[in-house]
Ligand binder design. Structure first.
Ligand SMILES: *Cc1c(COP(=O)(O)O)cnc(C)c1O
Length: 398
């Protein structure tokens, strides 16, 4: 018998705010009715502003982030196209595997898990590609497996410096809506996310930002696709409709979630993630443990991957959390299994939730055999959270 709430400290699916849950509790609707489309027109406008794109489109596919990966590839590339990718965590590994399964010719750069996108290696390979054979560069903005945020602006810079025409694909599944993300300013052609991370919704939607250049590429790209065809979406979305039955409840939830982000202010959402993450990292430091990210410039503000000490199996930490304390921590994925557990601080979160995560992690680490001084991480995070929250408007005024 589990009592109380299940503490969801995984980096997705994330906690769904009560107002969003309530907004989804509506009777079934006629998705062809004359008044169904209008509210969605504003929703697409709000999504574009979230992605920070003026002329791009944001498309919603029933599915998940993985579906949006596939939609991005199949609509814009041709079988056998050469593409450039780096593998430095479970999500970049899986995206590369998908690209290979779909018949792309993938140039792979393998890096340690904990590294960021290899900017200078990208620069070298793009500079050497005089004939423009590389058709796309794929980058995982926030590697959820390792808690690493890569510098997308820097990727764009080296592409421009090489005068390279490749499309820029960015996985923003655990960044968009939480971390700074600039689709237009960074020249992102395909920006992927899903409903169940920063957007605080249940799983069920793959969300894809498509630049005008990517849309143009889709007119001639020969890779096979049917359900995920861009042009079907674009045509119907103009009036707020869909080419097939949309997940109506999720659309209600999405509108409510976007309204929450607008009310808090997107800059304040970003500042809150930064603050909450700083507290969690302070706790890790106080425990004498290491995060997976190789250097501070790579630290993710949406998820922290924590290495357990030698001899302490991270799977035990996670199992104890779930069985004894009704708390879910993120697991170590792939080769990090047993070595890492993760705390998500993404989406609808606050200081109390992070402090609970830290306090319970102390109990679980100790029970799994780590030497932990109880309260050390909690106190370190409290010291961070005792600082007044700085609202973006204040930063701008200073
Ligand atoms: C969660 C996640 C995905 C996969 O998304 P699904 O919605 O599970 O298909 C892809 N990339 C990153 C970075 C993620 O965090």
């Amino acid at each position: 018998m589990r009592t109380g709430i299940n503490h969801l400290f995984i980096p997705g699916p994330t906690n769904v705010p009560e107002s969003v849950r309530q907004a989804m509790n509506v009777p079934m609707q006629d998705h062809r009715a004359h008044d169904f489309g209008a509210p969605n027109v504003g929703m697409f406008r709000d999504l574009k502003s979230l992605f920070r794109t003026k002329d791009g489109h944001v498309l919603l596919f029933p599915g998940s982030g993985t579906g949006a990966w596939e939609a991005a590839i199949t609509n814009t590339l041709n079988p056998g196209d050469r593409v450039l990718m780096a593998r430095h965590g479970q999500f970049s590994v899986l995206w590369a595997q998908m690209a290979q399964r779909l018949g792309l010719n993938v140039d792979l750069i393998d890096l340690p898990w904990g590294a960021g996108a290899p900017i200078s290696e990208f620069a070298r390979l793009l500079g050497a590609d005089r004939k423009g054979e590389i058709k796309a560069v794929f980058v995982t903005h926030n590697e959820t497996a390792t808690g690493v945020t890569s510098d997308i602006a820097a990727v764009r810079r080296v592409m421009d410096e090489a005068f390279h025409e490749a499309l820029l694909f960015v996985d923003g599944v655990s960044s968009i809506g939480c971390l700074p993300f600039e689709m237009d300013a960074w020249g992102v052609d395909l920006a992927v996310t899903g409903s169940q991370k920063g957007l605080m919704l249940p799983p069920g939607l793959g969300i894809l930002g498509v630049s005008p250049k990517a849309l143009k590429a889709s007119e001639t790209a020969t890779m096979r696709r049917a359900y995920f065809e861009f042009s079907d979406q674009v045509k119907n979305n103009e009036t707020g409709y869909y080419p097939y039955t949309p997940p109506v409840q999720l659309l209600h939830g999405l509108r409510a979630a976007l309204a929450r982000i607008a009310e808090e202010g997107p800059e304040n959402v970003i500042a809150r993630h930064r603050r909450l993450a700083a507290g969690v990292r302070a706790a890790v430091k106080a425990w004498g443990l290491e995060v997976c990210a190789e250097s501070p410039s790579l630290y993710s503000d949406t998820v922290t991957a924590i290495r357990t000490p030698d001899g302490v199996d991270a799977r035990d930490v996670i199992r104890i959390g779930y069985d004894r304390y009704n708390a879910s921590f993120g697991s170590g994925l792939g080769p990090l299994a047993g070595k890492v557990f993760r705390i998500g601080h993404i989406g609808d979160s606050n200081e109390g939730m992070c402090l609970t995560a830290i306090a319970l992690a102390e109990l679980c680490l100790a029970a799994a055999g780590a030497t932990i001084q109880f309260g050390s991480g909690v106190a370190a995070a409290q010291a961070v959270y005792a600082q007044p929250a700085i609202q973006a408007a204040q930063i701008a005024a200073e």
